[in-house]
Design a protein around this ligand. Structure first.
Ligand SMILES: [Fe+2]
Ligand SMILES: [Fe+2]
Length: 144
């Protein structure tokens, strides 16, 4: 089922939100191809999508990591490690696919879905909580 963007998903930076919308778009593209039940079309979408995800993951993570550093987000190392795992997961799927292994649509969808639900909505959301917490506190904390 399609995942719609909701304002609650926003983490307070328009570029990052736009990039996150793109991840939702990847998921929806695959979902749409799956609904059509055209195996040839689905296989082509899988190939294209794995390629797009591999290209985009490096760009998005780099941008987000720089953003976190820029605002002094304290959990940037932990977040970086989570990104690294996900990046490796995507690269592995893409490599398997290029080497002729069968990468199932459901496999790609579950990776994307768990990413959107458990990473963007939980981990990335903490970045916004950090920024808004800072805005609302009269004195900046931990200034060393
Ligand atoms: Fe993100
Ligand atoms: Fe992230």
């Amino acid at each position: 089922m399609k995942i719609d963007w909701h304002d609650d998903y926003s983490i307070g930076d328009e570029h990052l939100d736009e990039q996150h919308r793109r991840w939702l778009g990847f998921y929806n593209e695959l979902d749409e191809a799956l609904q059509k039940q055209d195996q040839k079309d689905l296989a082509a979408t899988r190939t294209l999508l794995l390629q797009k995800m591999s290209d985009y993951v490096a760009y998005h993570f780099h941008y987000e990591e720089e953003y976190m550093r820029g605002i002094g987000y304290p959990e940037v190392d932990k977040h970086w490690r989570i990104h690294k795992n996900f990046r490796n997961q995507i690269y592995r799927l893409y490599r398997d696919h290029k080497e002729g292994d069968i990468v199932l649509t459901s496999e790609i969808m579950s990776v994307l879905k768990s990413w959107i639900i458990s990473h963007i909505l939980e981990q990335d959301k903490k970045i916004e909580e950090f920024v808004s917490g800072r805005k609302h506190s009269p004195q900046p904390k931990n200034e060393t």
